[in-house]
Design a binder for this molecule. Structure first.
Ligand code: NOJ
Ligand code: CA
Length: 696
């Protein structure tokens, strides 16, 4: 009787356990952000998983399917039932080694849904959803299981069915490059995009789609689904054989991220991407430091010097010493020297071969390093591979060991050109592995990394903070030899590419009209170049011009003083593609950068971010009355005024112009007697009249 009773109970319990999962299959699961504004909803519809995103009762993403198609195995996207759901919450505050803010709160609610196929294979797929106050994310987890061991993904079926034909800022999808100009169009005008792709709904809600923790997986691009206006599907970057991801269980995909904010600046202030990465994997991080650097670099891009040896060779011992002297005198702690190593003559051949340890005869590596040591300037080693990854792979460890021995604490890598072996792409799984290998190996030898032609950042800097920065953007170099970057480029980049992580844009060209033929120029004023040091975050930040163009120019003081790492960041009023103002704090000093597109603009910027108890000196570097974007872009008005948090800064920006300000607490008699900001205001109206007259 007793046994019978227990058996009956067991049946009831199992029935009980079973019934809710069936029920759950019909009942959507809502996961809310801690502030309750954002909801990501999981739904299982006819055996297929979907998600949906709602912001303050407005649907942003309509039900969108999830799953995979596999090679030589049935797809993992249908015939599922829910076998388990769990929810939990997490709240911690952590300190990044380097970053835009000194502390970061990682606060989310989580829902983990376990799905099991009802068909013969009974494979298990786990979906992990997270809701933060600044967006949502989800990833797939495939645990070890009998019917899924080694497998190949031919398509990740994740979709983003946007609830409207939102206005988007995007660059076209490309498996090898992010060096592009942004478009602003409705979603329906897009074919395929790289991420981050940023958009705004008709109700002025801003969202950006990207990915976090891209580890041993292919990079994601998004393709518009045929015959739909605003449905997008994940299109992973393939291997040469067309397979997208070669993997085995247990595995987890990168997070699919949707940053959401009520104002554009909220996207920049968000920490969603880094929060979705693993904590720092390095025990000792004392050697990881932010740095500014000058370089033997721009000279090659404008054709004054060459990378390869010969009469115009840029990387000579003498020039490196001259650059070190300048850096040392101006508190710039590092120097990049490109074209120092053997192999540049092979760059444009089918099989470029560089040596990463042997210098050209006119460049004495040891002597330069030694000279730098005496002057307090370190070298940044340059490793251009031109895409020949196997050759770099073979030399890497030996090269890094040499750099560590010499005391070279950082490298800039490069992958210009097609990847060898043929058919591999910069953004495919094979290269994702390579970029990670480089950063791990570099950590072993206490080397910081700045990757050019990289895989996009996905927050890996949290785990490997020696991955200081990277390119992956159409940077300054384009102004040297192409139609260049139009004035609105850097008013979009902060809201798109920069959401992914730091960028080595290489600002700071002072000789704006460098090309006497008039064919090329930098499409900004000089004041805007200064503002970019605050707008664009990079813990490794370049002063990109030839040092001769900095000598005796008082505007260089701003570059000397501006930090490349921050305690606090705030984005003030901005409009994507038109203007942006960012303020960042380091210690008790604040820095402000404000830039505009091609239109002159008068911005009234309240200084209420300053400490209300403190009086500050505003060291202002602004477009001057005589600044003219076309004929006199280098004129800068430099002045010092007293301000408090109650003041408003009248920023008169020329078309393509900007303003850069350093706010330091008032010290000493001279500073105490400085005039008030009203004197600067007087000039603003007059300047605007001049700017409007000359802009066309
Ligand atoms: C492309 C990089 O982006 C650039 O900075 C570098 O100078 C060239 N490749 C040569 O390595
Ligand atoms: Ca590049």
């Amino acid at each position: 009787m007793k046994i019978h009773y227990l058996k009956k109970m067991a049946e009831i319990v199992s029935l009980f356990l079973f019934v809710p999962s069936i029920l759950m299959a019909k009942v959507p699961k809502d996961l809310y952000s801690p502030d309750g504004k954002i909801c990501i909803r999981f739904v299982l519809k006819a055996g297929q998983p979907y998600y949906e995103v709602v912001y303050q009762k407005k649907t942003l993403i309509q039900p969108s399917p999830l799953g995979f198609r596999l090679d030589e195995a049935p797809p993992l996207m249908e015939n599922f039932s829910v076998t388990d759901t769990r929810s939990d919450s997490f709240d911690e505050t952590w300190k990044p080694v380097l970053g835009e803010d000194k502390t970061i709160r990682n606060h989310y609610n989580q829902l983990i849904v376990t799905l099991r196929e009802t068909s013969t294979l009974h494979r298990i797929l786990i979906l992990i959803f997270r809701a933060y106050d600044d967006g949502v994310a989800f990833r797939y987890s495939l645990p070890e299981q009998p019917n899924l061991k080694k497998f190949q993904i031919i398509s990740e079926e994740t979709r983003f069915n946007f609830a409207g034909n939102y206005t988007a800022w995007w660059i076209p999808a490309d498996y090898d490059s992010y060096e592009k100009l942004y478009h602003e169009t409705p979603l329906s005008k897009i074919k395929a995009v790289n991420t981050p792709v940023t958009m705004v709904t008709p109700d002025s809600i801003y969202l950006s789609i990207h990915e976090a923790n891209l580890t041993d997986y292919a990079g994601m691009t998004l393709k518009r689904v045929k015959r739909s206006a605003s449905n997008f599907e994940c299109d992973l970057v393939p291997w040469p054989d067309g397979i997208k991801v070669k993997t085995r269980t247990p595995m987890k995909t990168p997070w699919r991220t949707i940053q959401i904010a009520a104002r554009p600046g909220g996207l920049i202030e968000s920490h969603l991407i880094v929060n979705l990465n693993e904590p720092c994997a390095l025990k000792d991080v004392s050697w990881i430091k932010p740095m500014k650097y000058v370089g033997i670099w721009w000279g090659m891009h404008i054709g004054k010097w060459t990378w390869h040896e010969g009469p115009k060779h840029g990387a000579t011992t003498a020039r490196a010493k001259e650059y070190i002297d300048f850096a040392s005198a101006h508190h710039i702690p590092a120097l990049l020297v490109e074209g120092w190593n053997k192999g540049w003559a092979t760059w444009w051949t089918k099989k470029p071969e560089f040596s990463f340890t042997e210098a050209y005869p006119d460049y004495n590596l040891n002597e330069v390093v030694q000279y730098g040591k005496e002057k307090g300037v370190v070298l940044i080693g340059h490793n251009e591979t031109a895409g020949n990854v196997p050759s770099y792979d073979a030399q890497m460890e030996k090269a890094f060991a040499l750099y560590e021995k010499l005391g070279i604490p950082a490298i800039k890598t490069g992958y210009a050109g097609k990847i060898i072996p043929k058919g591999q792409h910069h953004h495919g799984q094979w290269m994702v592995r390579h970029y990670r290998k480089v950063v791990k190996m570099a950590a072993k030898y206490h080397i910081m990394v700045d990757a050019h032609e990289p895989i996009k950042p996905t927050g890996i800097r949290r785990t490997y903070p020696n991955f200081l920065t990277r390119e992956g953007v159409r940077g300054m170099e384009y102004n040297a030899w192409s139609a260049g970057n139009p004035p609105n480029h850097t008013t979009i980049v902060p809201f798109t590419r920069m959401l992914a992580g730091p960028l080595d844009y290489t600002p700071g060209i002072f000789n704006i009209l460098f090309d006497k033929t008039g064919k090329h120029r930098v499409h900004t004023t000089l004041a805007k170049q200064l503002a970019l040091y605050v707008i664009l975050y990079s813990p490794l930040q370049m002063a990109a011009d030839l040092v001769e163009n900095y000598k005796d120019n008082p505007a260089f003081q701003f570059i000397e003083k501006v930090p490349s790492n921050w305690d606090e960041t705030r984005v003030l009023k901005s409009r994507i593609g038109h203007f942006v103002t960012i303020v960042r704090r380091r210690g008790n000093e604040w820095f402000l950068g404000s830039i505009t597109d091609k239109h002159p603009r008068l911005l009234e910027i309240p200084l209420d971010f300053l400490n209300p108890e403190t009086r500050y000196v505003a060291h202002i570097y602004a477009d001057a009355r005589e600044t003219n974007y076309f004929t006199n872009p280098t004129a800068v008005e430099i002045g010092q005024y007293q301000v408090t948090a109650k003041d408003t800064l009248p920023a008169a920006l020329d078309g393509g112009g900007g303003i850069a300000v350093r706010f330091s607490p008032v010290r000493g008699k001279t500073e105490k007697s400085l005039q008030s900001i009203q004197y600067f205001r007087k000039e603003a109206g007059e300047k605007m009249k001049a700017f409007i007259r000359t802009s066309s």
